[in-house]
Design a protein around this ligand. Structure first.
Ligand code: GLN
Ligand code: ZN
Length: 764
């Protein structure tokens, strides 16, 4: 028997209805005029969305609807409530509703102490962020929420066969954090397992036949200690009569396969896209009477599947002779947009190559049909898939000239003409900046007026001349503010950019934007990644006009602002018919040409932002080297085409760099600015230990908060910084761009920042 299913579905709805509902609800809670929707209507909306998502799964012909993947904010937070381990620091009282406690943990409560929101971190290597469970030695667990069981009942009432989803106990602990030293969260496992058993028992009693239990950490290098608990854990859970489908995704399972194949569960799901190389071994070792769920449809990308290729894989002898084959996307569809239906304005050629979540349901089912009834049963789908495959090889995605250029790139294309010390001397002579030079990271507050001008221009209500005039006015305003503040290196303020990747995607050939391709990032926040569908090239300058205008207004150097190749790649859906490293080189050349044009226009300082570089690191450490080699080279190709006198900055947001310090140094940017204020400059230790040779601007002002830091505080941070980095190599800047701040607070904070730099100058 062949079955078809999915591991999870996007939550936001076709038109991001859930985002709207959440944000309206939060506003009403904070006392704003609108009373709708109250908690009841929010709950009703969630119910409607789930019902419509199940209906889509049913309509596509899947064998189960998946229940438990929906979350008001985040699925890990759902588990914190389900398992009854809400941190005591929130001081929740009996009379608080489950939903109020839920949002308090997600967004913070007003409590003086201990009310700050749970911290948020990236879900594996996706752009989704989960809330991190907090553990203490006395953390206890208990079945504490009816939500999952209620949702099961909802689906059953609609007549659907249910497969419920849980995040597995080992992954749940692994993804959390200890809130005190000297204790190991893994020691909580014996207290956690009885609650899992109780949940499984309840689900069984409610008539659920299969439970999908996600253990995605099995695709990480979790270490012996964690691997060692799996067999006992699942032996314990297997005592419950409900059937368990152990799900893994995002990565190869290599190294853990033997252990996994011994686990006493009834089924195993593997990511056959990222873990394609493991498939043969797993098929050979996983007991043949058990279910094997093969994730052949790519759940991380938006390309229509090559059904022939997928079928060839599924028909391979070691799979075909299995009696219990399930077919699925590689992972939850949470990471792709809802449906192509909304893409009414998209180039038809591109559109016919894509499949979003709804379309992927059909692909999963088509594969099952073909296996059961023969290829002829899905003639139409196969036809369309074949056309797409042929079409994607066509001229429209290839650029022969560019391929030649990438192929012929000089060996030293990623090296500056001279070493840093020579460049530094020349740049010092050129810019004559004071010690502790002050600057910002690029964007200034994006007011509602700026947003509405951009929107009007996009909709054709405002013409090009009107748009340019409005943007220039804004740039002039930013320049005037910076003069007033007395900053040393200016920026134009980025008013013309809605987003640091989308802005460039709109200029570059080979990249396209979607109208409605939203993907949840966290809570109600969604991002709309561009699609890289072909060879990437730059038909014309993208930023020169704005920077030149800004520079015409001041004698201070204006730093041009670009997004780096790795970040553009990392924050897009990337073509799957070309190596990522090649796409990175192509984008790098486009940025390199832009840098050259800027230099020709007289610009002396160029910043190339790479906040995506660190997060692009592969999940398995053994793949780091290869990634870092091509990613760092792409940055250098983009940045190294300049004269010694031209100063290259790069910027990266909050991240640990200690483990990749040699690679960060090898980027050879003249200046690197970092988000550092939240960690009390501890981030700099790695730079110091490594004797990082170039200049550094550790952020001294947390731009995530409206709070204005005092001079005393900033001077304190600068003193801490100069204790580890020589003062003559330090810059003074905020953590990141000021786009989300209000002018009033940004101006006050920058005023204090400039004052602090001046005080520091007196000390050298
Ligand atoms: N230059 C960008 C800005 O200032 C950088 C944003 C980022 O690092 N995320 O907004
Ligand atoms: Zn940043």
């Amino acid at each position: 028997m062949v079955c078809s299913h999915i591991l999870g579905f996007p939550r936001m709805g076709a038109q991001r209805e859930w985002k709207t509902a959440l944000e309206t609800y939060w506003k009403s809670g904070s006392g704003a005029a609108c009373a709708e929707p109250d908690a009841e209507s929010l709950v009703r909306m969630g119910k409607q969305l789930r019902a419509s998502h199940w209906a889509l799964q049913k309509k596509a012909g899947l064998d189960w609807v998946t229940v438990g993947d929906f979350a008001c904010y985040d699925h890990v937070l759902n588990h914190i409530q389900l398992l009854g381990c809400e941190p005591a620091r929130f001081g929740f009282t009996e009379d608080m509703s489950e939903l109020d406690r839920y949002f308090a943990m997600a967004r913070g409560s007003l409590r003086e102490e201990g009310g700050q929101a749970l911290s948020m971190t990236k879900w594996f290597d996706t752009n989704y962020h989960y809330l991190v469970p907090e553990f203490l030695p006395d953390t206890v667990f208990s079945l504490h929420s009816e939500r999952l069981f209620d949702e099961v009942k909802e689906a059953q009432a609609l007549g659907y066969p249910v497969k419920a989803v849980l995040l597995g106990p080992v992954s749940f602990l692994y993804l959390g954090r200890e809130k005190t030293d000297g204790f190991d969260r893994l020691s909580l496992l014996p207290k956690l397992l009885p609650v899992y058993r109780e949940i499984l028992e309840r689900l069984h009693r409610e008539g659920v036949r299969w439970v999908q239990i996600d253990e995605p950490v099995l695709g990480l290098d979790i270490g012996e200690k964690w691997l060692a608990v799996y067999e006992k854990t699942y032996a314990e859970l297997a005592k419950e009569p409900v059937r368990l489908l152990l799900t893994t995704y995002f990565s190869s399972l290599s190294g853990h396969i033997g252990m996994i194949c011994r686990l006493p569960v009834d089924g195993l799901h593997v990511d056959a896209v990222r873990g394609a190389a493991d498939l043969q071994e797993i098929a050979a070792r996983w007991p043949s009477e058990k279910v094997l769920s093969v994730g052949v449809i790519d759940g991380r990308n938006i390309w229509k599947a090559d059904l022939d290729k997928a079928l060839a894989l599924l028909k391979a002898p070691e799979l075909a002779r299995r009696g219990n084959l399930w077919i699925a996307p590689s992972c939850s569809l949470l990471h792709v947009p809802f449906s192509l239906e909304a893409e009414t304005a998209m180039d038809f050629r591109l559109k016919q190559c894509l499949a979003f979540a709804v379309e992927k349901l059909d692909e999963v089912h088509a594969l099952k049909e073909a296996l059961e009834k023969g290829d002829a049963a899905i003639g139409k789908a196969l036809d369309s898939s074949r056309k797409t495959v042929a079409f994607r090889k066509g001229d429209w995605v290839h650029n022969a000239q560019l391929a030649k250029r990438v192929g012929k790139l000089a060996e030293d294309a990623d090296r500056r003409k001279s070493v840093f010390s020579i460049r530094q001397a020349l740049q010092r002579k050129r810019f004559r900046l004071p010690a502790f030079p002050t600057t910002t990271i690029g964007s200034f507050p994006q007011t509602p007026e700026i947003r509405s001008v951009r929107a009007s221009f996009k909709r054709g209500i405002l013409d090009e001349a009107g748009y340019r005039e409005a943007m220039q006015k804004e740039i002039a305003f930013c320049i005037a503010q910076q003069e007033k503040l007395g900053l040393d290196v200016f920026v134009h303020g980025e008013p013309e950019r809605n987003d640091m990747v989308e802005y460039f995607a709109e200029f570059l050939d080979g990249m396209a934007m979607t109208a409605n391709g939203w993907v949840q990032s966290y809570g109600s926040r969604c991002v709309k990644p561009p699609v890289i569908y072909g060879d990437v090239s730059r038909p014309k300058p993208m930023t020169v006009e704005w920077i030149r205008y800004a520079q015409s207004l001041t004698d201070k150097p204006v730093k041009a602002m670009l997004t780096g190749p790795v970040t553009i790649l990392q924050w897009s859906f990337v073509r799957d018919d070309e190596k990522r490293s090649v796409v990175a080189d192509q984008i790098a050349l486009a940025i390199r040409d832009e840098v050259a044009d800027l230099e020709r226009a007289g610009v002396g300082i160029v910043q190339i932002d790479e906040p995506g570089l660190r997060e692009g690191l592969p999940l398995r450490r053994r793949n780091w080297r290869e990634y870092l080699d091509w990613a760092c080279r792409a940055f250098r190709i983009a940045s190294c085409g300049v004269e010694d006198e031209t100063q290259v900055h790069t910027h990266m947001c909050y991240a640990e760099f200690n483990d990749i310090m040699p690679d960060i140094a090898a980027l050879d940017a003249d200046v690197i600015t970092l988000e550092a204020s939240r960690g009390d400059m501890t981030l700099l230790q790695g730079f110091s230990d490594f004797r990082y040779p170039n200049e550094v601007g550790p952020g001294v002002y947390d731009i995530h908060s409206p709070r204005v830091p005092s001079v005393k505080e900033i001077v304190g941070l600068l003193k801490q910084a100069s204790a580890v980095i020589p003062a003559d190599r330090l810059w003074v800047n905020p953590d990141c761009g000021l786009k989300t701040r209000q002018w009033k607070e940004a101006f006050a904070a920058l005023e204090n920042m400039v004052k602090s730099a001046r005080l520091m100058r007196e000390t050298v």
